[in-house]
Write a protein that binds this ligand. Sequence first.
Ligand code: FMN
Length: 311
Amino acid sequence: MQQTLEPLITSAWLAAWDKGDLDALDGLVAPGYTRTSKATGATVDLAGLKSEIAGVREAFPDLRTTVDDVVEGDGTVAVFWTSTGSHTNEYLGVPATGLTVQTRGSNILILENGKILTESVTWDGSELLAGLGIRPLRGIATPASEGEDFLELDPDLMKSFNRQFITGVTVVTTKEGDTPKGLAANSYCSVSLEPPLVLVCVQKTSSTYSALFSSSHLGINILGTEQLDTVKVFASKAPNKFAELNWHEGPNGSPLLDGSAASLEAEIQERFQAKTHTVFICRVRHAETSNTTPMVYKAGRFFDGAELAEL
Ligand SMILES: Cc1cc2nc3c(=O)[nH]c(=O)nc-3n(C[C@H](O)[C@H](O)[C@H](O)COP(=O)(O)O)c2cc1C
């Protein structure tokens, strides 16, 4: 009778994924082993698999996997598994959220002489991020070189277009531990009233960026005409932007700037990765408004919102 592979697969799998004993996989695979992701079509060899496991374990150090089922056929094995871990360090360029995620997958193994020659996996690392509400915007990653027949728009034309768009100015805030952080942003947009959803786009180079991943909430302050100094500070890289300011906390701790035309605190629900920026979609949980006149921003200049002439 053919020997079952189940105990060997389960123990090597858990040793590698849960304990970081990557060499435990060596006895399991045949020479020329490859692993292909069904999601992306990407193929790696054993060294590539080991480095993928090491990357996941570094980002999710408390990773725990259960092998839920191993179904053995004629020269094939299907492995069904579940992993749970906390997002403690950066993963695929995404700063730590501190959130716990559970992910499931199944692998189809093709055997040669009782060892795994090829493996196809339903799962790839982006599913860990999707489980945390962090998704890539599909299509954005498509490079022109992949045969797509599209021309990239001239960036100067795009800038000229944006300069014709009039907005207010907000300061987006959060906390990193006990330290308030924030940046000037005019990418604020109301998405819907019911439910009350808003969005803001933040560049990955912002020093506030990583804090926005470890926070459950953020603050958005619409600046008033008296806050020209404030916008300048928050558009800078000053180390302590809150030093000269009066501010208070929203119910969930987000810094709300005194003297703003309006402030809100919102729970971050989705983080869409759009290359250089992340689009944060948030559900508003608290809002404060005042009679202060909002500041107006157009083409790099700030204007008094009270001086607008009605058409
Ligand atoms: C009017 C105005 C609007 C801005 N809008 C955005 C924005 O929507 N998203 C963004 O990431 N940066 C925006 N910026 C740039 C950031 O405020 C700026 O890069 C800032 O230095 C970031 O600070 P930080 O790195 O300390 O977070 C804007 C700047 C100004 C002056």
